[in-house]
Design a protein around this ligand. Structure first.
Ligand code: PLP
Length: 303
């Protein structure tokens, strides 16, 4: 296993060392929130946007974050420095911050929690297979599991409880697919296990709206606000049903760790992939955007 650096409540250690209390509510109940950042060109991408989403997730769970953005940044850079001192890896980084409500007496009541536990995790960004990127991901629609309804565990909250998505992914993998596509209770397409989804129809991009019950992805948001307009591509948000897939020429996923990833198929529906597709043009436009964004944010350069 590649080295993973942890920073638990300020203590630097290998992520394989046991340090968390078995009473930690993140462990017992998934009573936690988290964020994942990545670097492009050794610069942390969209630090503020992820921090703002973490604050929103914490607020939804009535969980008080243990620090502010400035202190989080200091701890992030300490963890990265320790990671580099250990292995000297020069690849782009995956940076995760997990905050649980803490420990205390066993019981659901949040008032039993003592104080939040936080952990930064830093590792090399897991590589995405170039072959898969060219060929696109093969996916299936989960038959047994639907995306949480916003009136249950709201998909807008990035919490430590991913069981629903995890079970859906398991189902897809058991069927031989690379990834899963989840429907909501109304039968509309929502997103994948940890990625938003978009389709290309008549040369335009259409995405399920946030109201379909999806995470408000930072990649998705940057795509809508910057990348697509700069590439001169029209976008819209609209409900997409499985019956609409016949009219979709291309499909792709969006996420921090995999940016824009083409989809080869959803069940029996095949999409165009490879050179000459709009998905690849948009992937290249995304790469241009993050390069310029890194230059515009020297304060997020990790050196
Ligand atoms: N949807 C879900 C359920 C996710 O967990 C994630 C990321 O982890 C995303 C979408 C993509 O969000 P982002 O672009 O902010 O990484």
């Amino acid at each position: 296993m590649n080295y993973i650096q942890a920073n638990t409540n300020g203590r630097l250690h290998s992520a394989t060392d046991p340090v968390l209390s078995p009473l930690d509510r993140g462990f017992l109940y998934g009573d936690a929130v988290y964020e994942v950042w990545r670097t492009y060109h050794d610069t942390v991408f969209a630090f503020d946007e992820h921090w703002t989403r973490l604050e929103a997730s914490a607020k939804s769970l009535h969980l008080t974050l243990p620090f502010d953005a400035a202190e989080a940044w200091r701890e992030l850079t300490r963890t990265v420095a320790a990671f580099r001192a250990h292995g000297g890896e020069s690849s782009e980084l995956y940076i995760r911050l997990q905050v649980s409500r803490g420990g205390g007496l066993i019981g659901l009541d949040p008032a039993l929690a003592d104080h939040p536990t936080w952990v930064f995790l830093v590792q090399s960004l897991p590589p995405v297979s170039e072959e898969k990127m060219q060929a696109g991901l093969r996916t299936v629609i989960a038959a047994d599991i639907r995306r949480n309804h916003p009136a249950t565990l709201n998909p807008l909250w990035k919490t430590g409880n991913y069981l629903n998505n995890l079970l859906a992914l398991r189902e897809a993998k058991a069927a031989g697919a690379d990834e899963v596509v989840l429907l909501n209770l109304a039968g509309e397409i929502t997103e994948a296990s940890t990625m938003n989804i978009a389709f290309v129809r008549d040369g335009r991009v259409v995405m399920p709206p946030l109201s379909a019950g999806i995470l408000g992805g930072i990649t998705r948001r940057k795509f809508l606000s910057d990348v697509a307009p700069r590439a001169g591509v029209e976008t819209s948000e609209a409900a997409v049903l499985p019956a609409d897939l016949d009219r979709m020429e291309e499909a792709f996923f969006l996420s921090t760790t995999k940016d824009i990833t083409p989809i080869a198929s959803i069940g029996e529906h095949l999409f165009r992939v490879g050179p000459g597709t709009l998905s690849i043009r948009l992937k290249n436009a995304f790469a241009d955007f993050v390069r310029e964004d890194a230059t515009a944010h020297p304060e997020r350069f990790l050196g």
